[in-house]
Design a protein around this ligand. Structure first.
Ligand code: AMP
Length: 219
């Protein structure tokens, strides 16, 4: 099993796809956003600084993200592969990531771009709710990822919440920052011949997208 990197603007469904793949292939889902949010939840000095940056939709510095990632990839459950979501986000991070892979003797694997239009992303953000306990993500506007019981997590039955950075004021900035930073990254992975693009349409179900990803991986 190889590792999978998701390149995806907010609300394209990378969280949901990562969870599905993680269960299907028995590999961990490593979300840079979650690694950073864990640090915020710890209430550490670093966490307090991170919260300000994240709530404003900015990018956390290169050293912090690389250190958190290295610590996570060294854990035993990553030995057969993993799903990396939200990292690398720009060329600088891609270069740092490759150095890290060389150092810990791992392969780059597959790079999958979930391509969504900004208008559809904004609509999906409006419907997104997450579980603060287990990290599951739901969407009121996508039929197959709605919670079964209103506002309750299907997996752990915790009350669902909106993420503090999921609001109209930040979505546009997050989307534009993301696309601006990843443009070069997409070109870079295209040239390396490791990139596959999946276009996310309005009526696309999570299962549909999942089937497309499995086809790429099983090639
Ligand atoms: P996400 O869960 O991917 O939407 O990320 C939430 C927030 O975490 C982002 O708005 C950034 O502030 C921060 N973040 C996530 N991934 C990265 C990254 N690779 N580099 C820098 N900051 C990041």
């Amino acid at each position: 099993m190889k590792s999978i990197i998701f390149i995806s603007p907010p609300a394209a469904g990378k969280g949901t796809q990562s969870k599905l793949l993680s269960e299907y292939y028995h590999i961990p889902h490593i979300s840079m956003g979650d690694l950073l949010r864990n640090e915020v939840a710890c209430g550490s000095e670093l966490g307090k600084k991170l919260k300000v940056i994240m709530d404003a939709g900015g990018l956390v510095d290169a050293n912090t993200t690389l250190e958190l990632l290295e610590k996570r990839l060294m854990q035993d459950d990553c030995k057969n592969g993993y799903i990396l979501d939200g990292y690398p986000r720009n060329l600088q991070q891609a270069n740092s990531y490759e150095e890290l892979l060389n150092k810990i003797n791992k392969e780059l694997g597959y790079v999958i771009f979930l391509d969504i239009d900004k208008e559809l992303a904004a609509k999906r953000i409006a419907g997104r709710i997450v579980c603060p306990n287990c990290g599951s993500s739901y969407n009121l506007y996508i039929e197959d990822v709605k919670p079964k019981e209103e506002n309750i997590c299907d997996r752990c039955h915790h009350k669902l919440e909106k993420r503090s950075d999921d609001n109209e004021a930040t979505i546009e900035k997050r989307f534009d920052t993301y696309m601006e930073n990843t443009k070069d990254l997409l070109d870079y992975y295209k040239k390396l011949n490791v990139l596959t693009t999946i276009k996310i349409k309005e009526n696309e179900t999570a299962i549909n997208v999942f089937e497309k990803i499995k086809e790429i991986i099983n090639d």
